[in-house]
Design a protein. Structure first.
Length: 120
C-alpha cells in the first residue's frame, strides 16, 4: 500500500494524476457502453437520445471516476516501490481503470441515495 511510504510531494502528485487519468479512462469506457445502450434503446433516434442524456450526470460520473482512480492508486498493491522505482505494471493500470469503471458507479449510487434520502 502506497499510503505507508514517505515520498516527495511531486511523487504523490504524480500518483494522484496517474490515478485520476486511469480512473477517468475506466469511467469513459463505462460511459461509452452506456451511450451505446442508450442508442440501441432509443432506436437510433437522436431526439429520444437527447431527451434521456444528461450532461450534468455525465460530468459528475467522470469526476467520480477520477476520484475512484485516485483512491485506488493510493490503496492498490503493486505501487509500494514507486518512490525508488517509478515503474507501473499493466496489472496495476487495469486495476485502477477498473476502479474508475466500477468505483464511479458505486460512488454515484451513494450520492444518488443520499440526495433521494435527504429529499424524502
Amino acid at each position: 500500500m502506497v499510503l505507508t511510504q514517505s515520498m516527495h510531494l511531486e511523487q504523490w502528485l504524480q500518483l494522484a494524476l496517474m490515478g485520476g487519468i486511469f480512473g477517468l479512462l475506466g469511467q469513459l469506457i463505462r460511459t461509452a457502453m452506456g451511450m451505446r445502450k442508450l442508442s440501441r434503446s432509443s432506436g437510433g433516434l437522436k431526439t429520444a437520445m437527447a431527451d434521456q442524456f444528461s450532461q450534468s450526470q455525465l460530468l459528475i460520473s467522470l469526476m467520480l471516476g477520477i476520484l475512484a482512480g485516485i483512491v485506488a492508486t493510493f490503496t492498490v498493491p503493486g505501487l509500494e516501490g514507486f518512490a525508488e522505482n517509478p515503474v507501473v505494471s499493466p496489472t496495476v493500470i487495469l486495476t485502477i481503470m477498473s476502479a474508475g469503471y466500477a468505483g464511479g458507479d458505486f460512488l454515484e449510487g451513494i450520492v444518488k441515495s443520499q440526495f433521494r434520502t435527504g429529499a424524502g
